[in-house]
Design a protein around this ligand. Structure first.
Ligand SMILES: Nc1ncnc2c1ncn2[C@@H]1O[C@H](COP(=O)(O)OP(=O)(O)OP(=O)(O)O)[C@@H](O)[C@H]1O
Ligand code: SF4
Ligand SMILES: [Mg+2]
Length: 327
């Protein structure tokens, strides 16, 4: 069950320098609700991480962002306009792909997790108690003993659990996850996905989950936005999107997914590569790789538009995909 809207982002663009040239993320709008997981999927370089980092004002100094509107809910569920950097540690937390580079190696696990609780005004003793509880909640065995461990003494899976406990220590309403399972082996990846699902359900957390892997996204996300070359080209309920894609790029991502029940000899990779930033040809940005492209596609880069309520596509010919649905 999903609740009130937690994040409402409209028309985010990111580019190099004040001139925003080239544009790296263009006109991205996202909404995510309490207890809901929004998946953000696309090939490497499509702008997923820049989108997440923009939400917290964490872009490199050379990049610039423009946001049409950013609203975030208060604890009572009412939406208010906010500046991106003010969300950091105040309602929003982020979990990164590589925990080792994000965990301070000179701090013990207990101090890392307690730091967030201290920021919220707890005494050192209360924060340490809270850290033990959080480590237990994210499935770290023997949390009391682990408080004194150093990050390098933990396995990759445990480090990622510690990272999630740190993220939870500021009691966020929105958790941003940037490829949090990509560096882990499949079994541990599955455990971390289950943990995030449980936190989402038990805490009513809103989650934005970034991955280049549509199989991971289709497991965890209630709704999915597909990014291509800096723009969202399709978004909708995940199940509907993966069974009835309405953009050729989404369909290509699905065709390149490994399927457990099909003894596939060869996965079909998406032919060609995404355009380089700043070198977009006129017309639809997917056209050079699209088997359905025609003259009309060379004239406009189609805006994201509703195919029906709750499902949008940026393809001129999305209706042609209905017959060729994926079973
Ligand atoms: N500091 C920067 N300066 C210039 N261009 C950048 C910078 N950071 C990222 N980019 C470019 O912006 C685009 C989007 O990058 P981003 O990191 O958001 O991609 P991504 O979708 O997260 O990819 P990945 O799956 O590889 O993590 C890429 O083309 C990247 O080369
Ligand atoms: S608008 Fe044309 S080129 Fe673009 S995705 Fe649709 S069919 Fe392909
Ligand atoms: Mg990234």
């Amino acid at each position: 069950m999903t609740g009130h809207c937690v994040l409402d982002l409209e028309d985010l663009s990111v580019g190099c320098g004040r001139a925003m040239d080239p544009v790296l993320v263009e006109g991205v709008s996202l909404r995510v609700h309490a207890g809901e997981c929004l998946g953000l999927v696309g090939e490497s370089g499509s702008g997923k991480s820049l989108t997440l980092r923009s939400l917290l004002g964490l872009l490199p100094a050379t990049l610039h962002q423009r946001t049409g509107q950013l609203r975030f809910s208060d604890v009572d569920g009412a939406l208010h306009a906010r500046e991106p950097r003010t969300l950091r540690g105040d309602g929003v937390s982020m979990v990164f792909q590589e925990p080792m580079s994000s965990l301070n190696p000179t701090m013990r696990v207990g101090d890392l997790v307690a730091a967030g609780a201290r920021v919220r005004g707890l005494s050192a003793k209360e924060a340490a108690r809270r850290a033990v509880d959080l480590l237990g909640e994210v499935g770290v065995p023997e949390p009391r003993q682990r408080m004194r461990a150093w990050p390098h003494e933990l396995s990759g899976g445990l480090r990622q659990r510690v990272m999630i406990a740190m993220a939870l220590s500021v009691e966020p309403r929105l958790l941003l996850c940037d490829e949090p399972t990509t560096a882990l082996d499949v079994t541990i990846q599955d455990q971390i996905l289950s943990l995030i699902e449980r936190l989402q359900r038990d805490r009513g957390l809103a989650v934005v989950f970034v991955s280049h892997n549509l199989a991971v996204i289709s497991r965890i996300a209630d709704r999915t936005a597909v990014m291509y070359a800096g723009r969202i080209v399709e978004q909708g309920p995940t199940q509907e999107l993966v069974t009835h894609p309405r953009h050729p790029y989404t369909r290509a991502l699905i065709d390149s997914m490994p399927r457990a029940h099909v003894a596939q000899v060869r996965l079909s990779a998406i032919p060609g590569s995404p355009p380089t930033a700043g070198q977009l040809a006129p017309g639809c940005r997917f056209a050079p790789r699209c088997s359905m492209a025609d003259d009309a596609c060379a004239a406009v880069d189609p805006p994201l538009a509703a195919v029906h309520e709750g499902h949008d596509s940026a393809c001129l010919h999305h209706s042609l995909l209905v017959k060729g649905t994926v079973g």
